[in-house]
Design a protein around this ligand. Structure first.
Ligand SMILES: [Fe+2]
Ligand SMILES: [Fe+2]
Length: 142
């Protein structure tokens, strides 16, 4: 295996860990905050992130990489407002992640997947910003 391939596998592992942690935390957020509509939104994000995680595992398999142990942890969520700020940053970095990954992978099918996932992260970022504004203006978590 050459250096480029090793680097690619590292990048995929990191992405996988981030996606699984995002999914886990969105589920926890849905459990803790919001009315039905917000809970549904968070559950949909969790479902998208799980989908992304599965795709990254498939990519790792295509590189014949051993998938390492993935630590998954739920963050402290005492303040939804602060949490949304943190998550906007994470969604933004997910957009850049898939943009970079698309350039790293050579195979057209994988590039297409990256583009798709990038689009979904953009939607997450956009919707997270809207929710953040609502929470900020109303100072309420409903
Ligand atoms: Fe994602
Ligand atoms: Fe996302």
């Amino acid at each position: 295996m050459d250096d480029k391939q090793k680097q690619m596998i590292e990048v995929l592992q990191q992405g996988l860990q981030d996606e699984m942690n995002s999914a886990y935390n969105y589920i926890a957020l849905a459990g803790k905050y919001g009315n039905g509509a917000i809970k549904t939104d968070f559950l949909n994000y969790a479902s998208d992130e799980l989908n992304h995680a599965s795709k990254l595992v498939r990519m790792l398999q295509q590189f014949d990489a051993e998938v390492e142990e993935i630590p998954v942890t739920a963050d402290e969520m005492d303040d939804l407002y602060l949490y949304l700020i943190e998550y906007m940053a994470r969604e933004e970095s997910a957009v850049f992640y898939y943009e970079a990954l698309e350039k790293l992978v050579q195979e057209p099918g994988m590039q297409r997947m990256c583009k798709e996932m990038q689009g979904e992260e953009q939607v997450h970022l956009h919707k997270m910003k809207e929710l953040y504004q609502r929470v900020k203006e109303q100072n309420c978590y409903a």
